[in-house]
Design a protein around this ligand. Structure first.
Ligand SMILES: *Cc1c(COP(=O)(O)O)cnc(C)c1O
Length: 237
């Protein structure tokens, strides 16, 4: 087994163990492999090991990778855009990705809906909440979720699936859990207001256990699968 296949198996075990500890079925938590900055050859190894869902943070890099696998005739992959999205790059996301996790304003939602090609299924979207990281400009306050959800759910090119958050880095499990639980409460409230809400995108390499215990349905894992990232090649992009 190569490193990536081995790492994927270990992450799946962490997910299963975390789910079982709190009485959840492991299948309730899906694994999004975050491949930003990593070469397509790493993604190919993950595909060979059975992984199908991938997350990318940079529009051009992600679009290039999607095109590459499409040209190779590899189907059945699902691509999630999980990075901050500027309006002038929304078209590439609308035309190429299956999901966008980072809806944080009306304008971006309306553009994505307009730009989603009619022959494709609506773009699956999550509203990004800024749950704990006051220094981050990404995401909206919990109090603003209902208003944005009302708009998103009315747009024909989008399908509202739930919420996403990137909690501030925190080593203490209990503190991780407390923040994740706030997200879980907001997720339940959204489920009561709309049908089809099934995704709470929460948990990364360092906090996936707390996120799963709180109710995450999708963990986004990069480092534990592909190793540490080197951003130096990205300068200037
Ligand atoms: C990079 C990234 C991840 C993966 O983080 P790791 O700590 O490497 O698992 C998850 N979500 C988002 C939004 C990211 O940007």
């Amino acid at each position: 087994m190569n490193d990536i296949a081995h790492n994927l198996a270990q992450v799946q075990q962490r997910i299963s163990a975390a789910a079982e500890r709190c009485g959840r079925a492991p299948e309730e938590v899906s694994l999004l492999a975050v491949s930003k900055t990593k070469p397509a050859s790493d993604i190919a190894q993950a595909i060979a090991a059975g992984q199908r869902e991938f997350g990318e943070n940079y529009v051009q890099e992600g679009t290039d990778k999607i095109a590459l696998f499409r040209e190779q005739g590899i189907t059945g992959l699902t691509w999630h855009f999980i990075g901050p999205l500027q309006s002038n790059k929304s078209r590439l996301v609308a035309e190429n990705f299956d999901w966008c996790h980072t809806i944080d304003r009306q304008k971006i939602a309306m553009r994505l809906s307009e730009q989603r090609p009619g022959e494709l299924a609506p773009l699956n979207v999550l509203i990004q909440v800024n749950i704990s990281d006051e220094t981050s400009k990404s995401g909206i306050a919990l109090a603003e979720v209902d208003a944005l959800a009302d708009l998103v759910s009315s747009l024909p090119g989008l399908r509202l699936r739930g919420l996403m958050a990137i909690p501030a880095p925190e080593q203490d499990y209990d503190k991780q859990f407390a923040v994740c639980q706030q997200m879980a409460v907001a997720f339940s409230a959204l489920q009561r207001r709309y049908s089809g809400i099934d995704t709470l995108s929460l948990g990364m390499t360092d906090d996936m256990e707390a996120a799963i215990a709180a109710g995450s349905t999708m963990v986004r894992i990069g480092t534990a699968i592909f190793g540490a990232r080197d951003y130096s090649a990205r300068q200037g992009q």
